[in-house]
Design a protein around this ligand. Structure first.
Ligand code: GRF
Length: 213
């Protein structure tokens, strides 16, 4: 899909949000809180984790959100693993998938099944520092500014079209923890803003560029 104009609203409202995570889940919690405060016109209907130990699952249970743990079995292909996830989820019609610290690359066939319906949040100003340890990479490079990016997901590593970005300064005294913490505060706000803008519709994608209205 190269050029695309999103209808208003983009998806049937209230939108069904499905969150994929692998760990702590603070971005999931931020989305859940934004939804409860009616700051995004959607409800999280399921949280999927590829790790049974993910703390985000515990929080989802406390919030009464359906959870599913689908760990990747030894020898299982990525597509087979994703098929099991889809089987567990059941109806995904009209859903927006939000990756929130999900530590797996999605296969091309999975991405094609949800065109411009999968978002991810990354703790850097893409295309700088994709992949893991983005904050450590920015510090090691000697950057003065880094940030957070919400983007549509394609089958590459943090390479899909950018929806929103926000810069975060790197301070002389920053270590990886301090910088990560400062970026995380921005992530929590930015992810909800981006989900709200995408769901509202009226935006346009031309090539890689997303123009929010
Ligand atoms: C966040 O920094 C996010 O940008 C990255 O993974 C981290 C997940 O944190 N993709 P949390 O699990 O949402 O707390």
């Amino acid at each position: 899909m190269t050029d695309f104009r999103a209808p208003r609203p983009y998806l049937p409202l209230p939108a069904r949000l499905i969150v994929f995570l692998s760990g702590r889940g603070s971005n999931f919690e931020a989305l859940a809180s934004a939804s409860l405060r009616n700051e995004i016109p959607g409800r999280i209907v399921a949280v999927v984790s590829d790790r049974a130990s993910a703390k985000g699952l515990v929080r989802a249970c406390e919030l009464g959100i359906r959870t599913a743990t689908v760990e990747k079995a030894r020898g299982e292909s990525r597509e087979e693993h994703e098929t099991r996830i889809l089987d567990v989820l059941g109806d995904t019609d009209g859903a927006l998938i939000c990756l929130a610290g999900y530590m797996r690359l999605l296969s091309p066939s999975f991405v094609e099944r949800f065109p411009l319906r999968i978002l991810n949040i990354h703790p850097a100003l893409l295309p700088s520092f994709p992949g893991t340890h983005a904050q450590r990479q920015a510090l090691a490079y000697g950057c003065k500014v880094t940030g957070a990016t919400v983007h549509f997901v394609d089958s590459g590593v943090d390479s899909g079209p950018i929806v929103m970005q926000e810069a975060v300064p790197i301070l002389p005294e920053d270590d990886e923890d301090a910088l990560s913490e400062r970026i995380l505060g921005v992530e929590h706000r930015l992810y909800a803003q981006a989900v709200r803008a995408v769901l509202a519709g009226g935006w346009r994608k031309a090539g890689r560029s997303v123009f929010l209205s």
